[in-house]
Structures are given as structure tokens and as C-alpha cells.
Design a binder for this molecule. Structure first.
Ligand code: GLA
Ligand code: GLA
Length: 683
């Protein structure tokens, strides 16, 4: 079944960006010129109104929508679709001054002055009332407007507030969750350092400890974010029921559990600024991390395409140095998103502001104000590509492999003093296990642990440290029924409260599924390696000698067999990689964090043994990935070259049409440096 369009009845890939006519009302000639340039650039969607609150309501209760009427009307007449934002990302100064409670309080107890953006209190009844009013006015005014196509609710929700209102809400959240302080004290292991409380009203998240409280505070904050977002959407849903609502996420930002937030929006939208640098020898590794995020975003809503809401057509002013995007790099970045199922890519920003802290951020239209710029031309060319790629509409990505990426597992892991010995340790290990699939063009869905993974053939769960209720049971059933599970070090250490499992790790019965007991964990310095030897070299493509880095668990076999063992240190001879037949399936355990070469060999062997589908036959050159989208009749293979050199890809016996070049393709395709090729063939 083909996927629905993001915008009902709009049969084009979305291509556009954030645009701020509110900042340019004194420059009618610029606005007129922008209309021409937006058309010339081939943009078809424009996001308006982000951070424009003072342009609607200069003084409390005095509303002015003339500028937006004109913008909506002229864009509508030109056939453009408008993504209209609610303005809550930045509050007006008058509001901050009249209602101090809307300003966040820091962890140190200081109420912030009016400053910046993305820093309002989600609990404040005053702020909620103000937001409801402005959102209702916007929805009332533009309901039925032919250009209104989507709601962009607020902007990049994030952060925490420690005011009294939020504290009371937190206490209520805990009361609902635990019912009694006894239950809470046990969950938080609160006898440690005398943290126990005798009333919910004694709880103060500013203290930051105990760890169980921090974990619950993350959950509470995420819940507040969802509640606030739903509050914002209420008038939109009521008055413009057919218009999809979304908000822009920020990749794998650690503070928000986007998997849970995604359940409350109609489509998933991401802001992506990878800062790809053509000269970076790690470009491909970096690109694979972005692909991992894309596979996470696509899989959040399997029945609706996702989109890039923001990306930069050129530099990001906040990066040092502010490297120009080399020719071809922007196209490559955008095609990568499409390859992973996006139905469009939008930019921050259509036009550079004349002032403000983002006046040097990349934009489609430069201060020069005309079409004669390198960046503008690159966008025009990309629009032509997008025309050719409308054949992608409705296509899906099908994966036989599921990865679990779980924000709560990550929180539990990161909050536990001890295990995390490198920056970004949760993501780094996930990405390391993902790269071998990327390099072979094997499709992956990345899911939260709450999602159903029973239909996949292979399940990979990097560092599933904290287990939510029921997850262990579902993994057990998956393997028993014939699934293949790959687990790693730091699996099933803690329950949902981040308390250690008792009776031997991995906990919650997974010890039996993996056929081993994990007794101890040795954590290595960044520069340290531990030698490992394969028990039967060649099995699962393992070389005779491989290495561990950063983590070496010492495990004892209880039914599993060792595929590789440590060759040095006092734990020499202990298993570093194991396999266990369980029910009709198999469970593998990486007690060691294998180096990339070891991981690549292991997964290469596994992909072959399981005969997992690949997007293309044949071996891909280093730094090149292949990703596939399919309709009922056709398949579309994206070949993406994240290297500075041309790369040759053998197509095997298959014959394709080259969609962008519009010519037949067979034998071998040569991708230019940073090049892209989209191949189509009948299935
Ligand atoms: C100090 C404290 C102990 C414990 C240890 C941990 O010595 O007195 O309570 O925290 O550190 O290393
Ligand atoms: C974020 C914001 C935008 C803009 C860009 C700049 O994604 O949502 O408003 O500030 O960053 O890169």
C-alpha cells in the first residue's frame, strides 16, 4: 500500500523554508522581489510566522494580521503552500514584563530576564492562556485559506523550568505515578544518603538527586512538553481539522523522548544541521550517523512520510569555523533524507535577515538580493531534481532489521554514575553497530522499545541498559519464535526505576535468553585496546584476531558458546562475543565493544548467513551507501557517495533507469565525488 501524501492532494516533494516577511514590512520592494525569487528557486512551501508574536500583538490585546494576510494571499495566488507556525517559540517583551511567571526559573532558582527564545514556562496558566488566544485567532482567521497546508507548532521545544508551578506539577505527577511516598522512596532507592521523603510536597527537582528523581524529572518534563504542545494544538485541531500539525524535532537531542512526542503529531519533522565537511576524513562515518537518525525518524510513524523542516542551504553561523558547503554537498545531504523516506526538505532560511544573530546563517536568498549566487543556483538545480523525483511519492522503505533506540534506556545509562566513560556513549555505540548495515545497503528501522518488533528478522539492541516493563518478555518471545537478537554490553542492567536487577545480569530473564551471566565490567581508557581471538576464525567472517575498545564485560557461559574470547588481561579466555540457540531463534551477545573492523566482520557474516535483503547486489565501495524505497511496481535505489573521490558501483545483472540523468543504467555506475545517483527499476 502506498503512503499518503504529507499534504493531501499536493503531489510534489516539499521544498521550501522558513521565511520572515514580518521582518521586512518596511521593505516592500524586497517582499516583491522575494515572491519572484521564491518562484524562480522552485520552492513550493513556505513556513511563516515562526517567532512573529510581536508582529501580531505589539501591545497586549492589540492584534494586527495585515502583513500575514498579504503574505498568505500572495503565496496562495502563486500556488505555494504555507506551513503556518504558532508563535510561542519567542514571547513578546511586554508579556515577559507584565507576567514574570511565564519566564523560566533556572536550576539555581533565578528567574530569567526576558531573553532569547525557547524559554517559556510550560506550566504557567498565563502563558497557556496567551498561547491559546493567539493560536485561536490564527486558526479562526486562516481556516479555509487555500494556502494553509500545515501547522508548525512552536519551535524546537526543549529545556526545563524549575519554578514553583512546575515543581507542584512534578509533585502531582509523582503522586499519580506512585500513589504513596513509600512506593516512591523504594523506587528511588531513597534510603541512600537519606533522600527519603515523607510528603510529596517535600520533593524539589532542583536538588538533582537522587538519580531516580532525575529520571522521573526527565519523564515529567517530556510529559509537560507533550501536554503543552497538545494545548497549543487544541484550537488548531478544532478549527482546522483537516490541516496536519507537527513540530520540529532535533535529531537525537538527549532531553526529549521524541518517540513518545511523535505519537501526538500528525507527521514527524526534523531540523538537521550535520555540518558536513567535504574535507573531513570522517565524513562517511558522520553521514551514517545521520542515516541512523533518519531511520529513527522514518520509523516513528511508519504510515506517514516524514520531512526535514529545517536544514541549511549553506553555512551555519553557529559553527566554528563557518565552512561553506562545498558544491554538491547540499544536494547530497538532501538526497540522503529522501533516500531514507523523507517527502521533502525545507530550509532555515529562505532569506537572510538584515540583522539579528542569524544574519550570516545560510539562506536561499542572500543579502545581495538576487538570483546570481552559487547557493541560489544550487537550490534551483535541486528543485529540478525534485521534479524528476516526484515518482518517489507514496513509496516506502521496507526493513528486515530493527534497532532499538530508547531515550529512557539512554537516560538510565547516562544518569548512572560509572558506566558512561565517553561523550555521547549511547549514540556512539548505536551508530557503530549501525554502520555495517549502512555500508552494505541493508535497510534498518530504528524503534523505541515500546514498539512491536516481532515482525523483523533481526533485532539489534545496543546498550539497552534500562528495561521498561514487558520489553524483556517481548524479546524472549521474539527469539523463541525464531528471531535473531544481537545484544551488547550494558544490556538489562536496570529496571524502569534505574535500580539494578538482582540475581545476576542481564536481568529480567534475559540471562536465560542469552545463555550467560555477566559478572563484571572493565571500562578502558580511550587509547586502550584489548586483544580478542576468534574461536573459529572465519565463522561470521570474524578475523583470527580482533580488538575491544572502551568496554570489556566478563561473562560466564550458561548455554551460550563463545565465538571470540579475550586474549589478554586477567580475563583472557573469557568470552567476548557469544551465540546462544534459544527456542527457534538465536541470541548473540557482544560482551566487548568490538572495534569497527570487528563489528563490520561480524555483521557482514550475519547479513550473509541470514541472507538479509540489500538495496543493491554487489559490494559497495567505502563511504558509499545504497538505500531503497519501493512502490508496488517499482524500486528506487539511491547511491550516495560520501567521499571526495569518484566511486564505482557494480549493479550486477540488474538494469535500471537513472532517474536524475534520465538514461538507462547497467553494469557499473560511476558516482562523482560527493555524488548521488537514483536508479529505478520494475520490481
Ligand atoms: C567517600 C565517601 C563514601 C563513598 C566513597 C565512594 O569516601 O565517604 O560515602 O561515597 O567516597 O568512593
Ligand atoms: C534551529 C532553529 C532555527 C534557527 C536554526 C539555525 O534549528 O529552529 O530557528 O535558529 O536553528 O541553525
Amino acid at each position: 500500500m502506498s503512503l499518503p501524501r504529507i499534504l493531501h492532494g499536493f503531489d510534489r516533494l516539499l521544498h521550501g523554508g522558513d521565511y520572515n516577511p514580518d521582518q521586512w514590512q518596511r521593505y516592500p520592494e524586497v517582499l516583491a522581489e522575494d515572491a519572484r525569487l521564491i518562484e524562480l528557486a522552485g520552492l513550493n512551501v513556505v513556513a511563516l510566522g515562526i517567532f512573529a508574536w510581536t508582529s501580531y500583538e505589539k501591545r497586549e490585546g492589540v492584534f494586527e494580521f495585515g502583513w500575514l494576510d498579504r503574505a498568505m494571499d500572495s503565496l496562495g495566488r502563486a500556488g505555494k503552500k504555507v506551513i503556518l507556525s504558532t508563535p510561542s517559540g519567542a514571547k513578546p517583551v511586554w508579556m515577559s514584563l507584565a507576567y514574570p511567571e511565564i519566564r523560566r526559573v533556572t536550576r539555581e532558582g533565578l528567574r530569567e530576564p526576558h531573553t532569547g527564545r525557547h524559554n517559556h514556562c510550560w506550566s504557567s496558566p498565563v502563558f497557556r492562556a496567551k498561547v491559546a488566544l493567539i493560536n485561536r485567532k490564527l486558526a479562526e482567521r486562516y481556516a479555509g485559506h487555500p494556502a494553509l497546508a500545515m501547522w508548525h507548532v512552536s519551535n524546537e521545544y526543549a529545556g526545563k523550568c524549575y519554578c514553583e508551578l512546575c515543581r507542584t506539577e512534578f509533585q502531582r505527577f509523582l503522586q499519580r505515578k506512585y500513589g504513596s511516598v513509600e512506593a516512591l522512596n523504594h523506587a528511588w532507592w531513597a534510603d541512600f544518603w537519606s533522600y527519603g521523603v515523607s510528603e510529596f510536597s517535600e520533593i524539589d527537582p532542583r536538588g538533582g538527586l537522587p538519580e531516580g528523581m532525575q529520571l522521573d524529572h526527565h519523564r515529567f518534563n517530556n510529559q509537560q512538553l507533550i501536554e503543552f504542545m497538545r494545548w497549543e494544538m487544541q484550537p488548531l485541531r478544532e478549527l482546522t481539522p483537516g490541516i496536519p500539525c507537527t513540530t520540529n524535532f532535533m535529531g537525537t537531542h538527549g532531553g526529549n523522548d521524541y518517540s513518545s512526542i511523535a505519537e501526538h503529531v500528525d507527521l514527524v519533522a526534523d531540523d538537521q544541521y550535520p555540518g558536513y565537511d567535504a574535507a573531513d576524513p570522517e565524513l562517511a562515518r558522520h553521514a551514517a550517523a545521520v542515516s541512523f537518525k533518519d531511520d529513527l525518524y522514518r520509523a516513528m510513524k511508519p504510515d506517514r512520510p516524514w520531512m526535514l523542516m529545517e536544514s541549511s542551504p549553506d553555512v551555519q553561523n553557529w559553527r566554528k569555523p563557518m565552512r561553506l558547503k562545498r558544491p554538491g554537498l547540499h544536494r547530497l545531504e538532501m538526497m540522503q533524507a529522501l533516500a531514507h523516506g523523507a517527502e521533502g526538505t525545507c530550509y532555515f532560511q529562505v532569506r537572510k535577515g538584515r540583522g539579528g544573530s542569524e544574519k550570516y546563517h545560510g539562506a536561499v536568498i542572500d543579502h545581495a538580493g538576487h538570483e546570481g549566487t552559487r547557493v541560489f543556483r544550487s537550490i534551483v538545480e535541486l528543485s529540478h531534481d525534485y521534479e524528476k523525483l516526484t515518482v518517489l511519492l507514496g513509496t516506502r522503505v521496507r526493513a528486515e532489521v530493527a534497532f532499538l533506540y530508547d531515550w529512557e534506556a539512554r537516560w538510565g545509562f547516562e544518569l548512572s554514575s560509572g558506566p558512561v566513560n565517553h561523550d555521547n556513549a549511547y549514540d556512539r555505540v548505536s551508530q557503530a553497530h549501525y554502520r555495517p548495515f549502512w555500508a552494505r545497503g541493508v535497510a534498518v528501522d530504528v524503534l523505541s522499545s515500546e514498539r512491536d518488533f516481532s515482525g523483523y528478522r533481526l533485532l539489534v539492541t545496543p546498550q539497552l541498559f534500562l528495561l521498561k516493563p514487558g520489553v524483556a518478555e517481548r524479546i524472549r518471545e521474539f527469539v523463541a519464535a525464531g528471531g535473531v537478537w544481537v545484544a551488547t554490553h550494558y544490556t538489562a542492567y536496570c529496571d524502569e526505576f534505574n535500580r539494578s536487577f538482582l540475581g545476576g545480569l542481564p536481568g529480567a530473564g534475559l540471562r536465560g535468553v542469552l545463555g550467560l551471566w555477566n559478572e563484571e565490567v572493565d571500562s578502558l581508557h580511550e587509547s586502550m585496546r584489548r586483544r580478542i581471538t576468534a574461536v573459529r576464525p572465519g565463522e561470521y567472517d570474524l578475523p583470527a584476531e580482533l580488538y575491544a575498545e572502551s568496554v570489556c564485560e566478563i561473562v560466564h557461559l550458561e548455554g551460550a558458546r563463545a565465538l571470540a574470547v579475550y586474549a589478554e588481561d586477567f580475563y583472557a579466555g573469557h568470552p567476548a562475543l557469544t551465540q546462544h540457540a534459544f527456542g527457534r531463534g538465536q541470541a548473540f551477545y557482544h560482551a566487548a565493544r568490538l572495534s569497527d573492523l570487528g563489528l563490520d566482520a561480524f555483521y557482514g557474516g550475519l547479513v550473509r548467513e541470514l541472507a538479509l535483503e540489500r538495496s543493491i547486489d554487489g559490494v559497495l565501495p567505502p563511504g558509499v551507501t545504497a538505500q531503497r524505497r519501493r512502490s508496488e511496481q517499482d524500486e528506487f535505489v539511491f547511491l550516495l557517495n560520501f567521499t571526495q573521490h569518484p566511486a564505482q558501483v557494480a549493479l550486477g545483472a540488474a538494469r535500471y533507469d537513472n532517474v536524475l540523468e534520465q538514461r538507462p543504467e547497467a553494469g557499473t555506475v560511476t558516482l562523482p565525488a560527493l555524488g548521488v545517483c537514483v536508479l529505478q527499476r520494475r520490481r
